[in-house]
Structures are given as C-alpha cells and as structure tokens.
Design a binder for this molecule. Sequence first.
Ligand code: GLC
Length: 756
Amino acid sequence: MKFGKLTGYQTTGRQVSLDFEGQRAVITAVTPEIIRVFCGWEEAGSRSHAIEGDKEKPVALEVKQRGKGLFLSTGKVQVTVEDGFAVDFFDETGRPVCQEYRGERRPLQRVSGQQQRLLEEEGHEGARQETMAFEVVKRLTGREHFYGLGDKTGFLDKRHYAYTMWNTDDPSPQVDCFQALYKSIPFFITLTDTHVYGIFLDNSYKSFFNMGQESEEYYYFGAAGGNLDYYYLAGDSLPQVLARYMYLTGTCPLPQKWTLGYHQSRWGYTVQEDMEEVARTMREKDIPCDALHFDIDYMQDFKVFTWNEERYHGDSAAYLESLARRGFKAVAISDPGVKKEKGYPVYEEGVEKGFFAKTPQGEVYINAVWPGDAAFPDFGSPKVRDWWGEKQKFLLDKGVRGVWNDMNEPASFHGPLPDDVVFTDEDRPAPHQRMHNLYGHLMAQAAYSGLKRLDGRRPFVITRACYAGSQKYATCWTGDNHSIWAHLQMAIPQLVNLGLSGMPFAGTDVGGFGSDTTEELLLRWVQVGCFSPLFRNHSAMGTRRQEPWQFGDRAVEIYRKYVKLRYHWIPYLYDLFWEEERTGAPILRPLVYHYEKDETAKTCNDEFLFGDRILVAPVVEQGKDKRLVYLPEGEWYDYWSREKQTGPCAVIKDAPIEVCPIYVKAGSVLPTMEEMAYVGEKEPETLTLEVFPGEGEWEHYLDNGEDFAYREGRYHQYRFTVDKTGAVQVEILHGGYEKPYRHIYADCMGEKTEIL
Ligand code: GLC
C-alpha cells in the first residue's frame, strides 16, 4: 500500500483529513493526549469492539502547514505528518517521542518459495511468510523498553522479540520463541530514558509486532487485513499511559469478593464423589477455599448447557446447594462448540435460527472440539449474544456462580477454521479472518450480559481468549501451562504484562496444568499464586494430582500458610480492585510501573509489586533456598522479620521452602481480614490494620461484595493516615454502607490499639 505525496488536507474540529497521492487518511485528536491515526480501506462504518461509547474530550487542535508537511498540536502532543503518511509524535515542548523510521528496511533473510513449502509441509510454522495489508515502522533510538502485548511468553521487556496476534490454542509447552498464545491485545507501552507512550492498534485481523527483533534501528507493527487504525497515547508516566488505554477500552469492574478467594480445580473431578472429597478435605485440612470448578465432565457428552445428572446422583442442583451451604461456589466450564446432534435443542435451535458460523456456501460450518463434530455460535451477532446470554439461565438454575469460558480462540481439532468461514460483525457478514481474535471477547460479552440481566450479581466470567477491552466482561487465566519451573518463572512477566495490557484480573494454573508437578514446584507456585488476582490450582487429566495433600503434611502446612496469607490480605486486594475500576491501575505490577527511572526495575522478571505497598520476590528456581532480592528506592520492611532495609539495594534473603520473601513499604496500612474458611463465613465487624511505620495513607473500601448497590453509593470509604511513629488516624470519606465496621484496630509491630 502506497501513500505517496501529501497533496492536501482539511480540518474539521478535532479531525484532519489528509489526501495523499494514493490514499486518504485521517488523524483525530480524541483527547489532548490521545491521537488516532487512521486509514481505512475496509468498509466504512465497521466499529471497534475494544472501545465502546464516545471517548472524545474537548480539544483545541491547532493545524498548520510546516515545510513539506503538516504540524498539529493539542497543547499536550505535537504531531507532524509528511509524505508517505510518515507520522511523528513530539511532547508538548517539541521534543521527539515516537518517530517514523525513514531509513532502509532490512528484513531478515527468508527462505525461498520452494524451501518454504517444504518447511511448511514439515510443520515449521515460523517459516511462513505473512503478507501484511499495512505496516507502521517506527524508529528505535536504542533505549526503548516495551511492555504489554497481552499474554505473550518470554520476559517482561518485549524488546528484541516478535509476536503475532492470532488467538492460538497450542498445548505444547510454551517457550520464549512462541509468537502467539490465546489472547490478542495489540497494545504496548514504550519506555525510553526521557519519555513514555502507548500504541494501541485497534485491528482484529492477524497482526504482527516486531519489537526490534529484525533490526536495532526500527520496530514495526502491521496486520494482514483491516484498517490502519492506531492510537498514540501520551503521558508523563507508565501509570498515566496505561490509564489512558483503560479510559479508551474500559476498566475491569469490581468483582464479587468471594472470587478473590482460593479456587480448586482439576480436569478429572468427574463425579460428585471426586468433588466431595476435595470439598471435605479442604475444610478438614483447614485450607480456606471459595470456589470449586466443574470441568467438561459435568456435561452430558460435552454438550454445552447440559448436566450429566447420573454423575450427581440425579440431582446436581441439590449437590451445588449443599456445597453452597458450606461456602463453596460452583464455577462451570462453558465451551462454544455446540455438538452437532439431532435432537439436541441447543444445536437445533442454533441451526434453525441461523446462529452458527457458515461456510461461504451458506451451510453450517462444522469442525470438531470436545463433543466431536460441532458448530460455532456466531457471537458477532447481537442476537446470538442475547441467545447465549439467556442460555446462562441453565447454569444459574443449577446454582452455578461463575462461568468459565474455554476453547474460545476458537480452538478446533480438525485444523484451523478456514479464513472465509462467514461470521457476523454486528450487522454485516464478516470473514473468520476478522472475527477470529474477537471470538472469545464476544463470547465473554454474551455471558457477562446474560448473567448480569438474569442474576443481578456482579457476573463472574473467566475467559481464555481475549481481545483488547475484554477486561470489561471477564477475568482470564493464561491457559494450558505446564508443571515446569520455566512456566512458574514465566508466570510473573505474563501476569504483569497482562496487567499492563488492561487485563488486571488474571491468574495462571497454580501448580501447572500439563505435565506432573512436584511438591517443591507446587509450594513455590502457591507463593506466587496467592498474589495473583485469580488464584486457582488447576491440572490436566492424566497428570499427577496436585491438591496439596497429595504431597503429605508438610506440603499442606506450607500451602495453607500461603492460602491463609491470601485471605488475610483480601481487604487490601479488594481495595486494589476498587482503585482499578476507577483508574485502570493493575493489581500485580512490575517494579518498573512505580520505579520507571530505575534501571534494574526495567527488566526485573522475578519480582513484582502487589499494589504499590507489597513487593514479592518469590523463589522460582528448583533447589534454591536463598535469593537475591532487589529493593527499589524507599524504606522496606521484611514482612517476616520486620527488619528494615533502605533501597535501592540488593539483599540476600534466606528462603527455605516455607518462605516467600515479601517486603512492605514503610508508611503502609494494610487492611486485613480475620481468619475465615471462605469469604463471607462471618460478617466483617472488625477490621485490623497491619501498620508499617512511615508516612503514608491508604484508602479502604467496603461494600456488600456482591451486587451493584455500590454504584448507588452504598459503600463505605475510609482513609487511614500513618506517621513515622506508627500512629494511625481514621477518616470516613463516604458512609453509604449499611454494615460498616464496629471496631477498627491498628496493629503496629505486634502492638494493637483500637482506633475506631
Ligand atoms: C482446555 C483448558 C483446560 C481444561 C481442558 C478441559 O485445555 O485450557 O483448562 O481443563 O480444556 O476442559
């Protein structure tokens, strides 16, 4: 695609239309800090699935001709546009931030056509040469670090790597050179020595991000189809840039409080007795637990919206009710592939109403998933989403409290769906190429809206596949990892990068899904898992069982310690979600999020921040009983010994298997929960604050943890202020919750005083 010379332009308010010799393009100042760059050759009117509603804010856009090109300024961002649609971004003082690369491209040496065919026949995916509808090539100055890009494998900093956005279910152990996983979030944040900015490519086709893997001089992104449509997001800091992305694509709504508890799962709890044994042992061994997950075996022949009652003594609803009485919430898996079977109502209804994806000839398109031959609901159609939403009633009626959407890339066992399978994009037909990366997103939207309508509580939907903006509808997990140390290590960059990609509510399968776990790996994993927003132990059929008691008493004791620590800090975690809903700030954060001038923080892969108060430096290597902990600037307390350290510094911490090194920032007031077997076992009448002397404050949030009453003001908001002596002051900022705390205590290094 060639733009050629810039031949003219017209300005209308916030928008500048640009005429090039070969194309027309548009630049829009959405807000003073958000600039949209667009050139559309797909039909007009196709709408974004990531951005909902009007995001425009008042902008006074100045536009003038400068040299051979155009100069635009919002007062916050300056932009120049030149021939060839070269777009450069500058800060408000005119210093360059993100510039077009104007040098020569040096693509990596590729194989010949014939060699490529041979390699492809042998299954060498990487050898394929992709064609792009457009590419945007930006200059590297040498000091860029890249963050975000969703769930990609590898490390925190994405510099020097290349990725593809194409939702992919590949069960083989994921390694650094994997280009695609389950999620497509075409957003990244660039940090240089002087600036930080974000780029969001809102294009759902297969897209490519080469972050300097091809060259030290440039990076590029592009897509196989669709429009050139990206947003440049300016900001003074990483949190600000991320907040702007969250402003565009939406934040993750406050979840029900119990979802922050511990979840136990396994593909292999096939009958009621299996579930019951887990439920009973959880309570017997005094390991707090809120949720039990029902994997595909609860269904009749893997048919979605059915229940194999035989496996539940003829009355699954009664069993779920018995679990609920004991504080266990049932989460049930829901796969999109609808079994092709005569007489199965979901299939027949879908065929009759034309709700499944079709072949170009108009037949229902069939591929295979768990139930065998299956049809694929066309979630791009609002009617299909409503239909699927209504179907959630089946699960709710059984007593299910959360819906776990799986296989929604969509996965298919008889090879990938052909590019030309016909879906719907709202009101028009659209090819698989365009809808593929949106499939999981739209399925989550369908389930979320249905549950919200039918149940009234905050819907709890887990999804494997995502697109940008899926955080509005679902939490996610990272899919089928393996019980290998490399995947425990990868969990940290993966989860923090998901947070920087707008998916704050995420988790990995604790203990590892595929392959056999070991006691040591499981115990080290729970020490990371207990800080993950979604905290679930899950494993695959046929692998070694990985409930903690499979490994004896010592394992149970250590496992319990960390599950209890999770519950201890649920009020703090819930506060983080409250903050996230308002600002988009992630729950798990890489060190660089708060310490962006710190060189060590920029590439720190094995530590993370839980909110801004708690730093976790888990052991993620087999056989290690000590580790080097890096502490950024500020004063930190060792959580276990209360010893104080002044950062930046590195300390050697003894970390035998029962110890996960944890540090709390001086000036912290951490709200805690009294011991409970599950969230809501007791009404929280008393709040105890864990105090770490220093100057600081904390805003604490309390509501019924379940429905949307908080949006009508029915919540309490407290502010705690602490000083160097550890004395704490309380203020009530908002008093709308009907059951506020009766007592508040401050516990400063073991000394407890009542403060309210
Ligand atoms: C997929 C999911 C996994 C699940 C399995 C069976 O592999 O990722 O979590 O257990 O399917 O449903």
